[in-house]
Design a protein around this ligand. Structure first.
Ligand code: ACO
Length: 377
């Protein structure tokens, strides 16, 4: 019998120098450096450049990258018109998927698949995703689109464009850390999708548009929004225990827990938990944080032996909520960060490209006859 690796679990299809994960010990590193160190010491800008070039940048390289990102923050007016014309009430991930694809139509370099072009387009997309997602939110709410500011960092400028108000340094830093935590994560479903598209030698915009589609689903990036739906359904902390016990008894999936690779605590969830607690403690514990604490305790007690622990999506939503971000924007914010990982992985893979083309064990009929339509039952 041929073994099938359902969900491609454990299948190694390429080498990468970017991200290492030890799922049983809850370890995640980028370029060999633990994620906790990146979160504490670095910025989204620095990690993005480090991933694109697979090395720690010098101060001069980072300053030049920062200037390049800032000079690319504006998006074409034609794209803003498309964003304004989008139907109201669409999910922002649908809007982002369309906007990313449309951006490609407006970029004269889009069909260039050489490495230099892929890198230049990546930098533009990293810069412009922020403007696009904020514009989608403003347009969907019937508000004026806010132009980017060049005196704010990537995280601060996004919050400014989203809300129209300059964030506090603490809010900017918190959001920057969230972006750092989400920037890359090895061969996850959306990065794999981006690479699969790239492996046909397709263009960067097609790679990223397909990755957005993969990230959107509730088993991947969509889980952060689903966690908030769950918290709203639970309502109050005293109902959390009964709610989650009943769900586990019915063998239903709990959103924000479980992971294909981590069979222990996802280290990103530990960093986010600390920030969620910090934010909740500022104004007395928020309901959301208390509900999550109860759910985590029960899930770890009942499912820990099976390797089911909180993942990155478990606490991220409470942090975003505290920054005043609506839950439909949690997954677009994931894309705002993961764009760096998608682009860096595509560049790395296509340096030594081979078409991705797995196979299936055929389990259908053999030697069947074609029956004319009128003779079929
Ligand atoms: N809640 C309850 N039970 C779970 C959960 C969960 N969230 N996840 C897995 N299990 C159980 C399964 O029911 C299964 O039990 P069984 O052996 O009795 O049938 C066992 O654990 C293995 O589960 P699989 O679904 O086969 O594990 P897989 O590796 O395919 O799934 C996944 C990983 C999709 C992430 C899963 O854990 C899940 O659906 N989690 C909820 C969604 C989520 O939070 N996704 C975000 C992941 S992180 C990210 O993408 C950013």
């Amino acid at each position: 019998m041929t073994e099938i690796a359902k969900g491609l679990e454990g299948v190694l299809f390429t080498e990468s120098k970017l991200t290492f994960i030890n799922g049983s010990e809850g370890i995640l590193t980028h370029l060999g450096i633990p994620i906790q160190d990146w979160a504490e010491n670095s910025t989204f800008e620095e990690l993005s450049l480090a991933l694109l070039d697979a090395k720690l940048p010098t101060a001069a390289e980072l300053a030049a990258f920062d200037t390049e990102l800032k000079s690319n923050r504006e998006v074409p007016t034609a794209l803003l018109d498309v964003i304004r014309a989008m139907p109201r009430g669409v999910h922002p991930m649908q809007a982002l998927r369309t906007a990313a694809s449309y951006l490609g139509l407006l970029d004269p370099q889009s069909e260039d698949t050489g490495e230099a072009a892929r890198r230049a387009i990546s930098i533009r997309m990293i810069a412009q995703f922020s403007t696009i997602i904020a514009a989608i939110s403003r347009a969907q709410e019937g508000q004026d689109i806010v132009a980017p500011r060049m005196d704010l960092n990537h995280a601060g400028n996004f919050l400014y464009m989203l809300t129209g108000k300059e964030p506090t340094p603490e809010q900017s830093r918190l959001f920057d850390i969230a972006l750092v935590l989400h920037a890359d994560h090895g061969m996850n479903a959306s990065t794999f999708t981006a690479i699969a598209t790239a492996s046909t030698l397709s263009d960067m915009y097609s790679c990223v548009t397909s990755a957005i589609g993969a990230l959107k689903g509730p088993l991947h990036g969509g889980a952060n929004e689903a966690v908030m739906d769950m918290l709203d359904e639970v309502g109050t902390p005293d109902q959390a225990g009964g709610y989650i016990t009943a769900k586990l008894d019915r063998k239903e999936k709990i959103m924000g827990v479980g992971h294909r690779v981590y069979k222990y605590f996802d280290p990103r969830s530990r960093v986010l938990r600390d920030y969620a607690e910090h934010v909740a403690n500022k104004e007395g514990k928020s309901n959301y944080y208390q509900i999550l604490e109860t759910i985590e305790k029960i899930v770890v007690e009942r499912m820990g032996a099976k390797g089911i622990y909180p993942n990155v999506d478990f606490y991220s939503g409470t942090v975003y909520s505290d920054l005043g971000i609506r839950k439909e924007y949690f997954t677009p914010i994931f894309a705002l960060a993961r764009i760096s990982g998608w682009c860096a992985s595509v560049i790395e893979y296509t340096r030594d490209n081979r078409l991705l083309r797995p196979d299936a064990v055929y389990s259908g009929a053999q030697g069947a006859q074609y029956v004319p339509l009128q003779d079929r039952q």
